[in-house]
Design a protein around this ligand. Structure first.
Ligand SMILES: Cc1cc2nc3c(=O)[nH]c(=O)nc-3n(C[C@H](O)[C@H](O)[C@H](O)COP(=O)(O)OP(=O)(O)OC[C@H]3O[C@@H](n4cnc5c(N)ncnc54)[C@H](O)[C@@H]3O)c2cc1C
Length: 262
């Protein structure tokens, strides 16, 4: 629920009333982080207005002609669908998103297929047909935050979504959280007994990369995944003019290494 610290230790206060004392407290408590409320104190996350539905389809129930071993994106006006195989080809992950200015955050609420279809009545029949193969749909209204460098308060540091929640358009939230953990462990190992330097070096190394992913995730949601009309035609012209090599080069900063150098 919160923490207290002095010059030699930090104590986490739990909802049960228990207290746990240690050398450092890492706030890896997600989008709605209690630890962030104290470290950063920047209010609730920003509601994107984008609604995402997720379903997992057994491979044999996925339309046969779409059982591709590749991440596949269908983009339509203000909406998109993504599907790809998971778990050694046993199931397909199907994630469909539309921009409906949803005002309230929602996380993992079960919904009916009829509710999912409401946002996709305007798209091609073939894409609608994929959605009809979904089952056990769950709904998220996605949130993120503006980047901030306030991740550290003395012996307390934020990590993952608590530090840099991002929209899922780069599929990077969990990846960046894992990179944070590797970097933090490396910095603590490199500066034994000097938590202040270790935490500051962790923050300094991780902030630029995670901020870039946060902001570009928003931008690609707006300009690549969800444009409509002329905006979509412009996207098609720009993206259609690029070669595969161009895309690899554009994304090398993100996917071309671990991001842990330096
Ligand atoms: C629809 C959707 C699709 C996504 N797709 C991808 C993707 O393809 N690739 C990707 O990399 N990321 C993706 N993400 C993002 C990814 O799920 C998150 O970025 C990632 O889970 C963040 O990890 P975390 O450990 O920081 O936080 P979380 O996974 O949220 O973990 C925080 C943990 O803290 C616990 N906790 C919180 N408060 C307390 C408390 N007071 N006491 C005790 N425990 C507490 C929570 O129960 C939870 O277990 C997606 C997210 C969504 C919503």
């Amino acid at each position: 629920m919160g923490y207290d610290q002095d010059g030699s230790s930090v104590t986490a206060r739990l909802a049960s009333g228990d207290r746990v004392t240690g050398s450092l407290l890492i706030g890896a408590d997600g989008l709605w982080s209690n630890i962030r409320k104290r470290v950063t104190a920047d209010g609730p996350p920003r509601v994107s207005g984008h609604t995402t539905y997720r379903s997992v389809i057994p491979t044999e129930e996925m339309p046969e002609d779409l059982r591709w071993n590749a991440a596949t994106l269908w983009a339509g006006p203000k909406c998109h669908l993504v599907h790809y195989p998971l778990s050694g080809w046993k199931v397909f992950n199907l994630v469909v998103t539309y921009h409906n200015d949803a005002p309230e955050p929602v996380a993992g609420k079960p919904v009916s297929e009829a509710e999912v279809m409401k946002g996709f009545a305007h798209i091609h029949q073939r894409a609608q047909n994929i959605i009809r193969h979904g089952q056990n749909w769950k709904l998220w209204v996605l949130c993120d935050r503006d980047p901030t460098e306030r991740w550290i308060d003395g012996r307390v540091a934020l990590l993952g979504d608590a530090a840099h929640p991002m929209l899922q358009y780069f599929a990077q939230g969990a990846c960046q959280a894992m990179e944070d953990a590797v970097c933090l462990s490396h910095m603590l190992g490199s500066h034994p007994g000097d938590h202040a330097t270790a935490l500051e070096k962790y923050r300094a190394q991780r902030f630029p990369r995670t901020a870039r992913v946060q902001l570009l995730s928003r931008a690609i949601g707006e300009h690549i995944y969800h444009p409509a009309g002329e905006h979509a035609r412009l996207r098609n012209a720009i993206m259609g003019a690029k070669t595969s090599e161009d895309y690899y080069k554009d994304l090398a900063w993100l996917y071309g290494g671990t991001g842990l150098q330096g």
